[in-house]
Write a protein that binds this ligand. Structure first.
Ligand code: ADP
Length: 619
């Protein structure tokens, strides 16, 4: 029944076992919670990283948009500047200066702009589109002008150029009516503007020198020549001023472009790394979530399984010995005292098994003692009954002689007796009869105890029996001046089957008690038959002293009398009801009593109703 696990666990107290089991499960729970918290931390880190990377990526995107915007603006500025130059140079110095200032200011503003101050909204996009259109238009306009100028120079002057100055002279000569010399000078200046700034100064000096020489050698009217030279000077001065600013502007522009280029590179790499970082962070977040879920599920399963396993092992370690104990107890109840339990365990159940074994040994000892005592008691009872039977028999013989001789004396067989003698002999006879009755009672009782009494079922007439009962008590009723009524059930059969002698003895006992314990009123005898329950009953009711409730059971015991004192008012031995009850039981009937102290009692004997037709002899 016990296995090794049970034995091993048996070394621990049940309480310790339960506490340990519970402790293990709780520790596992705490462990899993801690593990989950750690994973959650990791998860939170990954989440923060992802958020960070996302923010960086957004920033990079915004910066990229701003750089794009800046690039548009740079280009716009250049175009504006160049086209503004082309036109403004033709008008006046103030406008030219304003244009230059404007361009410089735009450049500086762009430079000062922080990349993060606006987002790439719809408005910005609209501005972008507008700006692109302007830019395109600006470039187109400028190209048109440049083309116009180039076309003029090439078509009007042919390809054998001798420098711009020479070309201009020819142009002035040939196209004097159509073109103002001023306009040509400025157009040329505009054209010159496209030359690389580094070489420009030298180039301008040479070109303007040639133009001046050409004007002087052209043979213009002196006032015209003076005017032309003045215009040329003005143009030259303006162009030089312009060139100086131009150079500055280029420097600024290239710095800005370089800045935005490197910024753009930086932002691109930032955006890329932010993107990579975000992807990594998102991956690790997913991983962390998966890990968290997995760890939760695993921990739950582990805890559940451990708890189940532990409870199984612990409960088995308790139920196995309990089952063994129950089996042993059942066997003992069945009379098999050879039961010993395994006491190897150190726990409460081991202690219980020990106590159980001791108890079994004790019960075994008691059982043996009891058997011996019972045998002894039975033997003693047998000897007692034998003795009583012998003594009673031995007593009856001399007693019969005493009664017989008293009878003979009373019958005058030894001569007539005087009154005094007759009285004394009568007393002698009466006492002899009482003694005989007592001896008969004791004999009956011994027979009953020794189970040697025989009940013989024979047909008898109950009415004749009732008449005999009446005869027995009539004298006493008259003497004590008590009423005596008899009720006989009309359906009472004329003939019944039973042990008439014993039934008579029962009725006589009840009637004699009724008259003995009644001083006033009367006694009623009633005999009833019941075909439903198949019984018949003899009831004796009196109006005597009654029986207190506590004594109702006691009176059926041997030698029991309510008034147990030696100076009691009523004669008797206390055997009558004991014999009566035993006889009734042997005849498969029952006796009941109802009584009220001072009011009277009713004793009723119920017997099975047997009719002669069903005759059978029972022993
Ligand atoms: P006894 O020989 O003393 O009458 P019983 O066994 O017949 O012995 O009765 C036992 C006791 O029961 C009596 O002593 C008496 O106290 C009580 N008893 C029996 N019958 C009656 C009765 N009809 N009325 C009152 N007491 C009764």
């Amino acid at each position: 029944m016990y296995n090794w696990r049970s034995r091993l666990l048996g070394q621990l107290k049940i309480r310790t076992r339960l506490t340990l089991g519970f402790g293990v499960v709780v520790s596992l729970m705490f462990l899993s919670i801690a593990l989950n918290l750690i994973i959650r931390d990791y998860e939170r880190d990954a989440e923060a990283q992802a958020r960070d990377a996302q923010a960086r990526a957004t920033l990079a995107e915004r910066l990229r948009a701003q750089i794009k915007d800046a690039r548009y603006k740079e280009s716009l500025m250049i175009v504006q500047y160049m086209s503004g130059l082309g036109f403004n140079i033709l008008t006046d110095e103030t406008a030219l200066q304003a244009s230059i200032d404007d361009a410089l200011a735009t450049v500086r503003t762009l430079q000062a702009q922080t990349p993060a101050d606006d987002t790439d909204s719809d408005d910005d996009q609209a501005t972008d589109a507008e700006f692109l259109a302007t830019l395109e238009q600006g470039v187109l306009d400028y190209r048109a002008q440049a083309d116009q100028l180039a076309t003029y120079i090439l078509t009007e002057r042919g390809t054998e150029t001798t420098g711009l100055g020479g070309d201009l002279i020819s142009a002035i000569e040939n196209l004097a009516p159509a073109y103002e010399v001023d306009a040509l000078v400025y157009a040329a200046a505009s054209y010159l503007h496209f030359v690389q700034p580094q070489e420009k100064t030298q180039f301008l000096v040479e070109e303007f020198g040639q133009i001046e020489t050409s004007i002087r050698q052209a043979g213009f009217a002196p006032e015209d020549e003076t005017r032309y030279l003045a215009t040329l000077n003005l143009a030259r001065n303006r162009l030089f001023t312009l060139n100086a600013n131009d150079f500055l502007l280029y420097t600024e522009y290239f710095t800005l472009t370089a800045d935005t280029d490197s910024l753009s590179l930086l932002i691109n790499s930032l955006a890329e790394s932010a993107h990579d970082e975000r992807e990594t962070a998102e991956d690790s977040l997913v991983e962390a979530e998966r890990l968290s879920e997995l760890s939760l599920a695993l921990a739950g399963a582990l805890i559940l399984m451990t708890a189940l396993l532990l409870s199984m092992i612990i409960s088995q370690s308790i139920t196995n010995p309990v089952t063994a104990l129950a089996t042993a107890a059942r066997r003992i109840a069945g009379g098999d005292y050879e039961q010993q339990l395994d006491t190897a365990r150190q726990d409460e159940l081991g202690q219980l098994a020990n106590d159980f074994n001791e108890m079994v040994s004790a019960v075994q000892r008691r059982e043996i003692e009891l058997r011996i005592a019972t045998a002894q008691a039975e033997e003693a009872a047998r000897i007692k009954s034998q003795f009583l039977a012998n003594v009673s028999h031995e007593l009856r013989t001399p007693l019969n002689a005493v009664i017989g001789f008293s009878d003979m004396l009373l019958m005058g067989m030894s001569g007539p007796l005087n009154d005094q003698q007759e009285h004394k002999v009568t007393r002698l006879r009466q006492n002899g009869m009482r003694l005989l009755a007592l001896i008969n009672d004791i004999l009956d009782l011994t027979r009953i105890e020794a189970k040697r009494i025989e009940i013989v079922h024979r047909p008898f007439e109950p009415r004749a029996l009732i008449d005999r009962w009446i005869g027995q008590v009539e004298t006493e009723a008259a003497e004590k001046d008590l009423a005596f009524d008899v009720n006989i059930d009309p359906v009472l059969p004329d003939c019944l089957l039973g042990d008439e002698k014993r039934i008579e003895q029962i009725g006589t006992n009840l009637l004699s008690n009724a008259f003995k314990f009644t001083e006033y009123g009367g006694v009623t005898l009633s005999v009833q038959a019941d075909f439903v329950t198949n019984t018949w009953a003899v009831a004796v009711t009196d109006t005597g002293i009654g029986i207190p409730p506590h004594a109702l059971d006691l009176i059926f015991e041997e030698f029991r009398q309510i008034d147990g004192s030696s100076t009691r008012a009523y004669q008797g031995t206390g055997l009558g009801l004991a014999i009566t009850r035993n006889l009734v039981r042997i005849m498969e009937g029952e006796i009941t009593v109802e009584s009220k102290p001072g009011a009277g009692s009713t004793f009723m004997v119920t017997l099975p109703l047997r009719l002669p037709a069903q005759e059978k002899v029972e022993v």
